[in-house]
Design a protein around this ligand. Structure first.
Ligand code: PRP
Ligand code: URA
Length: 212
């Protein structure tokens, strides 16, 4: 039977606290960037919970024993540019050997449809567990397009990780890609007329890079 994607809400108090600070309009660029990295690491910790382990024989100073170590599942982190870049360092701190692909998309301000400007993925993307990362899942157009690109290049084992999701975005991703698990820190109320998430945190790219 085909896998059915699930939504996991990572509502650990530390994650909730940091996301609340990120929502505050008085949080400055430096603080916002640091918080994004910290939350990415905390979310990455939860999202890698199912990584396979293998038995390894070692000797402690006391005796021989069999312990669990990572079986070495190969991982790719794929940020959606620009704002997804804010998640990369935090994830790499946990899985330093992961390869990183990049997908460049921006939303047309009128139609809100995603427009592609860049896509570079690891050559062996078909063999990797892939984490697509982006702080915001609003209409879902960008996430759906990014996952489309990855699947067209052979990617199969894909999860999507974001900070804040609108119900519309979750539905759009699962409609287009029912096999993809979605990891979020918060599910918000919905979208305004410009397709921004309410209450949200504003424009994630602008807040990360100070471009407003
Ligand atoms: C933001 C965000 C997502 C997208 C979400 O990027 O980082 O990629 O919007 O919206 P959607 O779910 O409706 O597609 P944006 O297009 O503002 O580009 P930027 O990161 O370059 O600022
Ligand atoms: N993109 C953002 O950066 N913020 C939103 O609220 C919606 C889309």
């Amino acid at each position: 039977m085909d896998k059915k994607g699930k939504v996991y809400v990572f509502d650990h108090p530390l994650i909730q606290h940091k996301v609340s600070l990120m929502r505050d309009k008085n949080t400055n660029v430096k603080e916002f960037r640091e918080l994004a990295s910290e939350v990415a690491m905390l979310m990455g910790f939860e999202a890698t919970r199912d990584l396979p382990l293998k038995d390894v024989n070692i000797e402690t100073p006391m005796c021989a024993t069999t312990v669990k170590m990572l079986a070495g599942e190969d991982i790719a982190i794929v940020p959606i540019l620009r704002a997804g870049l804010g998640f990369v360092d935090g994830m790499l701190a946990l899985v330093p050997n992961a390869k990183v692909g990049h997908i460049g998309l921006y939303r047309d301000p009128e139609t809100h449809m995603p427009i592609e400007y860049y896509c570079k993925l690891p050559a062996d993307i078909d063999k990797r567990k892939i984490f697509v990362v982006d702080p915001m899942l609003a209409t879902g157009g960008s996430a759906v397009a990014a996952i489309d690109f990855i699947k067209r290049r052979g990617g199969q084992n894909i999860a999507f990780m974001c900070l804040i999701a609108a119900p519309e975005g979750i539905d759009a991703v699962h409609q287009a890609h029912p096999d993809v698990d979605i990891y979020i820190a918060a599910k918000d109320d919905g979208l305004n007329e410009k397709a921004y998430i309410l209450p949200g945190l504003g424009d994630a790219g602008d807040r990360l890079y100070g471009t407003k």
